[in-house]
Design a protein around this ligand. Sequence first.
Ligand code: SF4
Length: 256
Amino acid sequence: MKVRVTNIQRFSLHDGPGIRTTIFLKGCNLKCPWCANPENLDFKKTEYYNETTMEKGCFGYDIEAVDLFEDIIKDKHYYKMNNGGVTFSGGEPLLQIKALEPLLIKLKKENINMCVETALQVSTELVEFASNYIDEFIVDIKILDKKMCKEILNGNIEMYNKNVELLISKEKIETFRIPLVNEYTLKEENIKNILEFLKKYKVRKVEIFKIHNLAESKYKSIGKKMTKFSEVEDKKIKEVYDKIKKLNINVEIIKI
Ligand code: SF4
């Protein structure tokens, strides 16, 4: 079965343990206003035109899932050093997880560690299916209020909570990842909700990162306008860091 991919990145260091190959899959069901990967939002192929380089092209290509195997396996030697492997990212990679199955079966046979970076706002059936193969889920925590999650992200917090419960019961969530956005996720009420959430679901690690405005030219090249956000001050990041640390959770500030 074919999957739609935008990019394959070798030697990634921030998408799970060890050295990894990250496969970016096209298509997402959310619409986070701060999204830094606008080329991955639509499932359909996205044309671009870079005004500076006058380069034209298309984001997204179709490939048989099993044909990704060679790209992944060639770095097996590096994965072995520190539990590295492959990470499926996006977009929302779980939307294409069924089409990936032939590849997942092959990777499982080779004992390659598999991670998924996900917002987890897809059907529980898909999450259950993925959990049969995927070793570790890296799960976003964004906006936890039901109404705001729907209005701002097009998300479904009840489905998200159900999916988190399922993966926690299977001990499959290794990391929660929190984007810091003054205008949304850093609102006092949301941070309070996030801390309560983290108290309930203790996982090995929490990663926090501030969003950036660096994707502007990418937005422009696909004919979209990027919403700009205010700079998140280091002091604010440290405050969130300290609050999570106080819960005795291993927290790390990362750059994305
Ligand atoms: S879930 Fe990720 S890819 Fe999808 S809109 Fe949000 S930030 Fe972008």
